[in-house]
Design a protein around this ligand. Structure first.
Ligand code: SAM
Length: 495
């Protein structure tokens, strides 16, 4: 069926196989010889459509005579077209398809009559299709796809998510192979019921109330004006598009949170990429609640592109085939935004070990905080750093003290302060730890937990450290609110 092949571009072989395994209804068992041969023909057609799609996505310079090759596959498609025209196809977004057909036909200066003659129908049929008063049958779709002047792509035949409910379709959501929020909450509660300990930043977002508190934090006007509004996405998107060139782009957002920043980035990319409509967006987050918010926002903000969600941890990236399997005819950009990199326990190991699954040429975009003072001058750091006075913003304090109030049994009060972390780490960098001192009821001893970290870098020295690990900085833009360069947006490429 077209509606199936339309979403099976063959670029994500492994997870498509899984998806089919899970979602595909059983085929009827009473296959007669006729059904068998129809099935075989249909498989051949599907393969040709996949080939046509893959070929159209290839940068033309890779094939000696690209347009002739495309025409040849289109011709083959016509030759194996159905003889039986009875099978209606759907669920396709007929409105979009009609608009596209009209736009391609007029762009190619073809009359409805000429096209009708070419595909063996009446001009009325073409008119009705263009005005979505009629649905095309399968054989007609094949013939339209095979008209080179229209340059229709399989991806032009878009499925409508709502219309396709219950149908065999590309799924839009995956569970990471080891995703287990219950065990993460258990781990959180166990740590907070010990005498002391430290939490890896993943756990700060894991329960739904934490997700809600994070949404409150990141949607506050002062958060936007400090961290979001000045990010130079427009300039960086132009640079990324230059690196991507003729290829389509897959953006994988690691830790997408509410997805707002990722949507802005993708929108700017759309404006600069040569194949904007072929862009795909994968949203990955460990918080189901945040992922849900991000997905809804991105679908609304980016209606033209396909958005997928993955529930899982970016620390498990190598185990996620949909994010790391090689892509044909596509570039891949991993984006870790919202200063998530500066919260990691060990950013160098993240690049060296977790991102070792990335292929040479793949891109990684991250934002980070720039050091306010030399890493070895602790007095100066305490004096100049915005958190050197130890105070947390009220919304950040509510976000980070929440898990203690909810999971630490016997808590009476929580005091959270930023403390300068012990020296070490990436050369030129220093860190602050959000340390919670927990006063317990009934005279029990106080507890102490490291709830969260932030780190500030000398971007040049960080780039050198990452280059040693095979990640070359290819673009960097320093920025900040009020023109102060307190942050950097860095684009790296795997060597
Ligand atoms: C600082 S927020 C940034 C959110 C968003 N990118 C932005 O720009 O606002 C970090 C995000 O990463 C997610 N996160 C933290 N650890 C993660 C992990 N190990 N795997 C996947 N997501 C994670 C959190 O749930 C949160 O949404």
């Amino acid at each position: 069926m077209y509606e199936q092949t339309a979403v099976k571009s063959g670029e994500h072989d492994s997870f498509e196989t899984d998806a089919e395994h899970v979602m595909q209804p059983e085929l009827p068992t009473q296959d007669s010889a006729l059904e068998d041969s129809v099935g075989q023909l249909s498989r051949v057609q599907n393969k040709l459509v996949d080939t046509l799609h893959a070929l159209q996505l290839l940068p033309p310079h890779l094939v000696k005579d690209h347009s002739r090759a495309v025409r040849a596959v289109q011709e083959a498609l016509t030759l194996v077209g159905d003889t039986d025209d009875s099978e209606a196809i759907g669920p396709i977004d007929w409105v979009k398809f009609g608009e596209r057909l009209l736009q391609r036909r007029t762009a190619a200066a073809l009359t409805q009559e000429w096209l009708a003659d070419r595909v063996g129908v009446t001009a009325t049929t073409i008119r009705q299709l263009e005005h979505h008063n009629r649905k095309a049958r399968r054989s007609l779709m094949l013939k339209l796809l095979a008209v080179p002047e229209l340059n229709l792509r399989v991806s032009d035949i878009e499925l409508s998510a709502e219309m396709s409910a219950g149908y065999r379709l590309t799924p839009t959501s995956w569970l990471g192979p080891t995703y287990d929020p219950v065990s993460m909450v258990t781990q959180l509660a166990e740590t907070l019921n010990g005498q002391s300990g430290q939490l890896e930043q993943t756990l700060a977002y894991i329960d739904p109330q934490s997700a809600k508190d994070w949404l409150t934090t990141c949607s506050a006007p002062e958060y936007s004006s400090t961290y979001r509004d000045s990010v130079p996405f427009a300039a960086m998107a132009r640079k990324i598009a230059n690196h991507v060139g003729e290829q389509a782009l897959t953006v994988s957002a690691l830790g997408c949170g509410d997805g707002r920043v990722e949507a802005v980035l993708t929108k700017h990319l759309q404006q600069n990429l040569r194949m904007p409509k072929q862009t795909e967006l994968f949203l990955l987050d460990v918080s189901h609640s945040l992922l849900n918010a991000a997905y809804r926002h991105c679908c609304e903000a980016l209606p033209e592109i396909r958005t997928y969600t993955i529930h899982g941890s970016f620390l498990d990236l190598p185990k996620m085939p949909m994010l790391v399997n090689p892509l044909r005819g596509r570039s891949r950009l991993f984006a870790m935004l919202g200063l998530t990199l500066v919260n990691l326990n060990d950013e160098l190991r993240f690049f060296r070990d977790t991102l070792s699954c990335c292929a040479p040429g793949e891109l990684f975009l991250c934002d980070l905080l720039i050091a306010c003072a030399p890493a070895n001058d602790r007095q100066k750091i305490l004096k100049l750093d915005p958190v050197g006075d130890g105070k947390l913003r009220p919304s950040h304090e509510a976000f980070l003290s929440g898990p203690i109030r909810r999971y630490c049994q016997g808590v009476e009060d929580v005091d959270l302060r930023w403390e300068l972390a012990p020296s070490g780490g990436v050369p030129g960098s220093y860190g602050f730890d959000a340390i919670a001192r927990v006063k317990m009821r009934d005279g029990r001893p106080d507890r102490r937990f490291l709830m969260f970290r932030i780190r500030r870098y000398d971007p040049k020295l960080l780039s050198e450290s990452l280059a040693d690990l095979g990640w070359k900085t290819i673009e960097r833009i320093d920025y900040g609110p009020d023109g102060k360069k307190s942050m950097a947006l860095m684009l790296l490429q795997k060597q």
